[in-house]
Design a protein around this ligand. Structure first.
Ligand code: ADE
Length: 226
């Protein structure tokens, strides 16, 4: 998979890709992530990427031309499956969306800033608009990092144990059940006895019940969706 991220603040985005699982995935050649600074695609001396709104109103709007130049340069090199715009008015990121995107070969992610981008960018270049939640960030970069993390960990080979992504919360529409490790008892706090018996069907059944109970208690909306 190849991800091209268009941003005015590449430095804000880079560190998540220089550590942990994302770095390992990149080093192993399972994913390529490229950053493109929008200012490199400007045509004036001031490297302007934004201007005031037509019709008046507070806040600057990102101009169509630098974005067109950047996206067109990328598209001249290869085909893209999606051109994603990170924006608070996009569809809310869910596990299912991360699953879908993890199957793509090449994607572009455009990070918005200020008031957002000229509507013509959205009309003519963007194939999907994603929000990471109902709050406004100062730019799309942190959202893009969240999206990339959620997607990249699903690429086969990225997680050490292939099954571990399948047992994540949300993968089966439920939250994950409680988990325990050594010691069996700490300060009198015990691990449920049944986890020691080696009765795998019984353990599996217990986990399913716990996942259901936890979901019912914390996120009943997830049960309504199924
Ligand atoms: N840019 C600003 N706010 C955002 C959000 N909630 N999700 C994605 N991109 C954003």
């Amino acid at each position: 998979m190849r991800i091209d991220i268009i941003t005015v603040l590449p430095e804000l985005l880079k560190s998540p890709f220089e550590a942990s699982i994302l770095k390992r995935a990149i080093d192993a050649g399972l994913v390529e992530v490229h950053f493109h600074n929008l200012r490199d695609y400007t045509s004036d001396n001031y490297k302007s990427i934004d201007d005031t709104q037509f019709g008046g109103g507070a806040g600057m709007v990102m101009m169509v031309e630098p974005i067109d130049k950047c996206i067109s340069a990328l598209k001249a090199e290869r085909n893209y499956d999606e051109v994603i715009y990170m924006t608070p008015d996009g569809e809310t990121l869910k596990q299912g969306i991360a699953n879908q995107i993890s199957l793509k070969e090449n994607i572009i992610i455009l990070c918005g800033h200020y008031k957002g981008v000229d509507q013509r960018v959205r009309d003519h270049f963007i194939t999907r608009e994603i929000s990471i939640g109902d709050y406004v960030l100062s730019g799309g970069e942190l959202g893009a990092a969240v999206l990339c993390d959620a997607v990249i960990r699903l690429i086969p080979g990225v997680l050490g144990n292939e099954t571990s992504a399948l047992t994540d919360s949300f993968q089966d529409g439920l939250l994950a059940p409680p988990i325990y490790t050594k010691p069996r008892e700490y300060k009198g706090w015990k691990v449920p006895e049944l986890l020691f018996g080696g009765n795998l069907p019984e353990i599996e059944k217990w986990r399913e019940e716990q996942a259901y109970l936890r979901t019912k208690e914390r996120r009943p909306d997830l049960l309504d969706e199924n």
